[in-house]
Structure formats: structure tokens, C-alpha cells
Write a protein that binds this ligand. Structure first.
Ligand SMILES: [Zn+2]
Length: 345
């Protein structure tokens, strides 16, 4: 099920600990009300095969080869534009720079949570018609630090840092002002239940926290936060899937019974946002081999140098999400979704 490309891909350990699954939701396995027969039946109702994003929608992973999967990705990425960026001091210590994006393919507000003042969005910093220095500071297109009375967005007197632009108004990338090295990245899909409502059905909240912790230690990093709740099926459908799980289905079966693909997420938006941030050489925090292919894009516009595994905290003998639901959820990821988690479940 796992392609050689991933088995051979260098794995690096984060500075301290690592962990994971992948973020999404659901799970529980039990005395199936929903047996494999049902799944076979439902497979026919779900356009088995690939979705528009080219992701394998089959829980059985009929397409095994990375190159084949890559060719199925869409040839066009969404066009994204960063609307605003702001510095956020955090309760955890490190400062982050929150970037809000608009795009041409959905009406959701996707985010990039950036560690490092010098990671810069090309679309945010591009000079706009009628732009004033004040406009630029207000939308967050400044270098260095804001302070009361500052007037120039492109030049920070306190640090001497200065941004330069070409005749089209595009920011000229200079290593002294703009980060260009390989960057630790996590692609995280929104999970209201796991991040806000203390759910122990999944480990999304834990993964999110851990990604931020590692990036804080590294000093640079980016969590692309995609608004695709419930593996892309939305919160209402996700709640129904939870009920099906309580009735005995696993996370994949529950989605199929609701006539959704096992995983409806797409990652072209993340690829486009990473390119906009100049993060094209990355180390990716994930256990999901399909995500590596999807994030790199059809033409490998982004290059994943290393995969950084995420091992669930509870498996490391630390505090972490513990419940029979999350254990079943992780088991389904490994057994049905090809996740590279090595601890026997
Ligand atoms: Zn979740």
C-alpha cells in the first residue's frame, strides 16, 4: 500500500518529540451494524475512483504508485491572495503571524499560521495601485516591527531592514529580509470538535498544538489551516458520521454510508498558499503519504525534502488524547488510509 518513494524518503525527527495520525475526525470500531457487504454496495454509489482533485477516494487505495497519483492532481492551482497579516503574541510563547487568504475557488477564509517575521506573502507585499505606506502597514505588508508613530512600511529604522520592489511592484526576494530556506510545514484541516469542543474522537487538537510547538522551537514554520471540516464533508455530516460510528462503523465506512468519499479534502489550496509564501522547499509534518503527493502538486511546484512523522503523544507515554474512539480512529488511518504509523495498534 505504501509506495517505495515514501519508504525511501528521509524521515527527520523534530528537535524534541514527534507524533501523529493525520487530522480529521471520526472513529470507533465495534460490532458492525455496517459490514463489508454494505461497503461494497455503497462503493457503487460513490463514483469510486478519483475525485476532481485526483485523490484516491477508495478506502482500498486502488492507485498505488506515487507518479500515477501525481498525474491525477488538477493541472491548475487555485489563485490565492493574502488579504491581511498580523502579529499575534501567543499564550505558548512564540509570536506568530496570522495570514488570511481569499481565493478564486471557494468562499472560505483559509489561513496560514506563520512562525517567523521574515516569511513573506508575495501577494500581500506586492505594491498595489494607490498604495500608501500606511495602507501597507495596516494590511501587514511591513518589514520588522510596528511601533507607535512608524510611517514607512518598507523600511524599519529600528533594524535597518528595507524591502525593495521591481518595476511591476513585486517584492524582490533578498535573503537579508526574506526567509528562503527549507521550512517545517504542517497542512491542517479545520476540526471544530477536536480543536474547540475537547473531542477525544480524534487527535487533531493535539497535532495542531504539537506542530506549533515544534515550529516555535525551530523559529520558522508554517501551518496552513484549511477550512475543510470533517475531511471536507462539513460539520453537520461529520456529526452524523459520529453517530454511525457509535453504531459500529469505522471512520471510512461512516463516510461512505453517508455517500461521501472516505476523504473529500483537497490540498491544492495549501500548495498555492505555500507558493505565495515562498515556501517551496519544505519538510512536511505528516504520516499521510497521499498528502505529500497532493501538497507537492502535479508539477511538483513544492518540494517535500523530508517527512517528519507525528506520533500520538499517548503512544510516547505522555499526556495526550486517550479514548477508545481515538485508538480506533488511528487504527483506521493505518489499516484503510495508508498512514505511516509504525506502532502496532
Ligand atoms: Zn479532528
Amino acid at each position: 500500500m505504501t509506495d517505495d518513494i515514501f519508504e525511501n524518503m528521509p524521515i527527520i525527527s523534530p528537535t524534541v518529540t514527534h507524533r501523529e495520525g493525520e487530522n480529521d475526525e471520526v472513529e470507533s470500531k465495534g460490532n458492525s451494524v455496517v459490514g463489508s457487504d454494505s461497503i461494497e454496495r455503497f462503493k457503487h454509489l460513490h463514483n469510486e475512483g478519483e475525485n476532481a482533485e485526483g485523490r484516491c477516494m477508495s478506502p482500498f487505495h486502488t492507485v498505488d504508485k506515487a507518479e500515477e497519483k501525481r498525474r491525477l492532481l488538477p493541472s491548475k492551482l487555485p489563485i490565492v491572495q493574502c488579504i491581511a497579516r498580523a502579529r499575534i503574541p501567543t499564550t505558548q510563547g512564540p509570536e506568530i503571524f496570522l495570514h488570511l487568504y481569499s481565493n478564486d475557488s471557494d468562499n472560505k477564509e483559509h489561513l496560514a499560521i506563520v512562525f517567523g517575521e521574515d516569511i513573506r506573502s508575495r501577494s500581500l507585499y506586492k505594491q498595489r495601485k494607490g498604495d500608501t505606506q500606511s495602507d501597507r502597514m495596516i494590511r501587514g505588508a511591513y518589514v520588522g516591527k510596528l511601533y507607535p508613530g512608524r510611517r514607512d512600511a518598507d523600511f524599519d529604522k529600528s533594524t535597518g531592514l528595507k524591502l525593495e520592489f521591481d518595476s511591476n511592484g513585486d517584492m524582490i526576494v533578498d535573503k537579508n529580509t526574506t526567509y528562503c530556506d527549507t521550512t517545517l510545514v504542517r497542512i491542517h484541516s479545520e476540526c471544530y470538535t477536536g480543536e474547540t469542543a475537547w473531542s477525544a474522537r480524534c487527535d487533531c487538537g493535539e497535532q495542531f498544538d504539537e506542530a506549533g510547538r515544534l515550529m516555535g522551537i525551530n523559529g520558522h514554520g508554517c501551518i496552513v489551516y484549511l477550512r475543510q471540516e470533517g475531511r471536507g464533508i462539513g460539520l453537520g455530516e461529520k456529526l452524523k458520521a459520529y453517530n454511525l460510528q457509535d453504531l459500529g462503523a469505522d471512520t471510512v465506512e461512516a463516510n461512505l454510508l453517508l455517500r461521501h468519499p472516505a476523504d473529500k479534502r483537497s490540498f491544492g489550496m495549501a500548495t498555492a498558499i505555500l507558493i505565495d509564501l515562498g515556501l517551496i522547499e519544505i519538510d512536511l509534518l505528516t504520516n499521510n503519504p497521499d498528502k505529500i503527493i497532493a501538497v507537492e502538486g502535479r508539477d511538483r511546484q513544492v518540494h517535500v525534502h523530508h517527512r517528519v512523522p507525528m506520533v500520538p503523544l499517548a503512544w510516547q507515554g505522555e499526556e495526550g488524547v486517550k479514548s477508545k474512539e481515538v485508538e480506533g480512529y488511528l487504527r483506521t488511518k493505518v489499516e484503510k488510509m495508508g498512514h505511516l504509523l509504525s506502532k502496532p495498534l
